[in-house]
Design a protein around this ligand. Structure first.
Ligand code: NAD
Length: 563
C-alpha cells in the first residue's frame, strides 16, 4: 500500500516511509538511535469537558435548567462601571425556539457611546501605566472564573445562538486560552529588546495605542469577543466591546467576568448597540485609535475604509484588524483515505450548522474518486441529527435568525438551478432550522461555489486531477481555511506553498483552531491582520518606541528636589 502511494506520487522521498511509521511522540530528525523525547507543549491549553463522564452530563443538564430559569432578564450597557438605562430595548431570542426570550438588551445611543469614549479617555493614562504583570493577572483571574462557570457559559451559548453543547464547550476552552495566552504574550513583549553599544543604550519597548473598539460577531459569541477584548486590554488600551446584537447576552456574561476579575471602570466597557449606527459612530470617532473587528466581508470592508478617513481633532491614523468571511475548500485527491475524508468534510461543513468562518463549503474531488466519495458523503451526512441543541444527541442545531434562514434558503434555490441537489435533510418546522444540504456537479464559478453561504450548504465540485483541484480551490476572493486529504507526499508538499489560505489543514478537518497550536486568520478578502492566538497578534495593539541614550556623560547638573 505504501509502495502504491509512492507510485502515484511518481517519486520516492528519502526517509518519508520512516517519517510515516515513526511513533507519534517521537521528535527529531535522526530516527536511528535517537532518544525518544516527549512532545514539547509550549502552551498548556484548557481541557474540554468529557461528556462521556456521567457527572459532567449531570452538571451540564443542571446548568441548562439553572440558566433556563434566568432567561428573559434585562442587560444594559456598562459605562464607566455603571449599568445605564437605555431608550431602546431589543429581545435576543433562542433560535431553536424563537418564542423563548433569552434576554432583553438595552441598546446604547450615540450619546451613550460618546460617554463611554470620554470615560475610556479619562481612564487611559492610569491603565497604560499599570504594570503589564498586573494587567496579565486580571486576565488570568478571568480565565479562572470562566473555568468555574464553564457549564453555565455553555448553557447560555446553547440558548442564545443555538450552539450544540459539544461545540459550545470547546469555545469556553478557547476563551480561557485567549486570556492565559495573551497574558503570557504581554509579559514576553513587556521585556522589550535591548541593544547596547559602548557609551550608548538602546531600548525597544511597546506602548498601548489608546482607545480600542472591539466589534464582535455572534457565531463565536464568547471566544472571539473574549480574544479581541482581552488582547486590547492586556496591551494597555482602554476597550469598548460592542457585541453582535443577537449574542449580546453572552457578551454581558463576559463583561460580568472581566469586571469581577478586576478590570477598572472606564478601562473595559460593555456597549450593546446597533452596528450600523452606533457601531459606525464608534469607528468614525476621532478619539478611537484602533478597531478590532470580526464579521462579514461587507461590514469589514466598510470599517476599513471609514477608519482610513482623517476626522477633525484626530491626531493619529487608526489601526484596523478585520477578520472576515471565507469560501473554504477541502481537496480530496485520488490517494486520500476516504474514511477520513468523508468524516472530516461532514464535520467541517455541518458543525454548528456551517456557521463557522472556517467551515468547509466546497469539497473539490478528483474525478477518479468522485462517485465513491459523493456516495459515502451523502450517506454520512444523512446520519446527522438535526434538532434542539440542548439535546446531547443533536449534531446540527438551528441557524441564527429568520433573516439568515431566508438567505440560506435563497442560496439553496439558486443551487437547485445551477447544480444537482444530492441531499436536503428535513429540518424541524419551529425554529430557524435549515437541514444539511449537499449539491453535487457544482461548476467552480457557480454562485454557490463563490459566495459565502453562512449555513449548512456544501458544494461538491469535480476536478480532473490534483492540479485542477488546486486551481479551483484558489479561484475565490477568499483565503481563510483550506484542507487536503491525500497520501501523496508531493501533493502534501505543494499545498503548503500553493494553496493560498491563512490556515491549511492536511488530513484533518478544517475547523476548531486551538489557541497557540493553530494561530488563526485569513488573507485575501478574508481579512487583514495577524493571526489570533499567535505570537504576532498583540503587536497590532501596541506602538513600538525606540530610545537611544548617550551614557558617556560629561557630568550632570542636579536640580533641587528632582531625582
Ligand atoms: P456582521 O458583519 O453582520 O456583524 C459583525 C459585527 O459588526 C456585529 O457586532 C455588528 O453589529 C457590527 N456591525 C454591523 N454593521 C456595522 C457598521 N456599519 N459599523 C460597525 N459595526 C457594524 O457579521 P456576523 O453576521 O455577526 O458574523 C458572521 C460573519 O463573520 C461571517 O461572514 C463569518 O465568516 C465572519 N467571521 C469571520 C471570522 C474570522 O476569524 N475570519 C470569525 C467569525 C466570523
Amino acid at each position: 500500500m505504501i509502495a502504491d502511494v509512492a507510485d502515484i506520487d511518481g517519486r520516492r522521498d528519502e526517509g518519508w516511509i520512516e517519517q510515516l511509521l515513526a511513533a507519534p511522540e517521537f521528535v527529531g530528525e535522526d530516527i536511528e538511535g535517537a532518544e525518544r523525547q516527549p512532545v514539547a507543549v509550549p502552551f498548556p491549553n484548557a481541557a474540554d469537558i468529557d461528556f462521556a463522564i456521567t457527572t459532567q452530563r449531570t452538571l451540564a443538564a443542571e446548568a441548562l435548567k439553572t440558566v433556563h430559569a434566568q432567561l428573559g432578564q434585562r442587560y444594559n450597557p456598562i459605562i464607566n462601571g455603571a449599568s445605564v438605562e437605555t431608550g431602546e430595548v431589543v429581545e435576543s431570542v433562542n433560535p431553536a425556539k424563537p418564542s423563548e426570550i433569552v434576554g432583553k438588551l438595552g441598546l446604547a445611543s450615540q450619546e451613550q457611546a460618546d460617554q463611554a469614549i470620554a470615560a475610556a479617555k479619562a481612564a487611559f493614562l492610569v491603565w497604560a501605566a499599570t504594570p503589564a504583570k498586573e494587567r496579565a493577572a486580571i486576565l488570568r483571574r478571568a480565565a479562572e472564573i470562566m473555568e468555574a462557570r464553564r457549564h453555565e457559559l455553555n448553557a447560555w451559548m446553547v440558548y442564545e445562538v443555538g450552539k450544540p453543547l459539544g461545540q459550545a464547550d470547546p469555545e469556553v476552552s478557547e476563551a480561557i486560552d485567549f486570556c492565559r495566552y495573551y497574558a503570557d504574550e504581554m509579559e514576553r513583549l513587556d521585556a522589550g529588546y535591548a541593544y547596547d553599544y559602548p557609551g550608548e543604550t538602546n531600548r525597544y519597548r511597546y506602548f498601548p495605542r489608546g482607545l480600542a473598539v472591539v466589534i464582535s460577531p455572534w457565531n463565536f459569541p464568547l471566544a472571539i469577543a473574549t480574544g479581541m477584548t482581552v488582547a486590547a486590554l492586556v496591551t494597555g488600551n482602554c476597550t469598548i466591546l460592542k457585541p453582535a446584537e443577537n449574542s449580546a447576552v453572552i457578551a454581558a456574561k463576559l463583561a460580568e467576568i472581566l469586571l469581577e476579575a478586576g478590570m477598572p471602570a472606564g478601562v473595559f466597557q460593555y456597549l450593546p448597540a446597533r452596528g450600523s449606527t452606533v457601531g459606525a459612530h464608534l469607528v468614525n470617532h476621532p478619539d478611537v485609535h484602533m478597531i478590532a473587528f470580526t464579521g462579514s466581508r461587507e461590514v469589514g470592508c466598510r470599517i476599513y475604509a471609514d477608519a482610513a478617513q482623517w476626522r477633525p481633532g484626530q491626531r493619529h491614523l487608526k489601526r484596523v484588524v478585520a477578520e472576515m468571511g471565507g469560501k473554504n475548500a477541502i481537496i480530496i485527491d485520488e490517494s486520500a483515505d476516504l474514511d477520513q475524508a468523508v468524516q472530516g468534510v461532514v464535520y467541517s461543513a455541518f458543525g454548528f450548522s456551517g456557521q463557522k468562518c472556517s467551515a468547509c463549503s466546497r469539497a473539490i474531488v478528483v474525478a477518479s474518486v468522485y462517485d465513491t466519495f459523493v456516495h459515502r458523503l451523502v450517506e454520512a451526512t444523512r446520519s446527522l441529527n438535526v434538532g434542539d441543541p440542548a439535546q446531547p444527541s443533536t449534531k446540527v442545531g438551528p441557524v441564527i435568525d429568520a433573516q439568515a434562514q431566508a438567505t440560506i434558503q435563497g442560496y439553496i434555490e439558486k443551487g437547485k438551478a445551477e447544480a444537482t441537489l444530492a441531499l436536503a435533510i428535513p429540518a424541524p418546522e419551529t425554529g430557524y432550522f435549515v437541514g444539511p444540504t449537499v449539491f453535487t456537479d457544482v461548476k467552480p464559478d457557480a454562485v454557490i461555489a463563490q459566495e459565502e453561504i453562512f449555513g449548512p450548504v456544501l458544494a461538491v465540485i469535480k476536478a480532473q486531477d490534483f492540479e485542477d483541484a488546486l486551481r479551483i480551490a484558489n479561484d475565490t476572493d477568499y483565503g481563510l481555511t483550506g484542507g487536503l486529504y491525500s497520501r501523496t507526499p508531493s501533493h502534501i508538499e505543494r499545498v503548503q506553498t500553493e494553496f493560498a489560505v491563512g490556515n491549511l489543514y492536511i488530513n484533518r478537518g478544517i475547523t476548531g483552531a486551538v489557541v497557540s497550536r493553530h494561530p488563526f486568520g485569513g488573507g485575501k478578502m478574508s481579512g487583514v491582520g495577524s493571526k489570533a492566538g499567535g505570537p504576532d497578534y498583540l503587536l497590532q495593539f501596541l506602538e513600538p518606541r525606540h530610545v537611544s541614550e548617550n551614557v558617556q556623560r560629561q557630568g550632570f547638573a542636579p536640580i533641587e528636589g528632582v531625582d
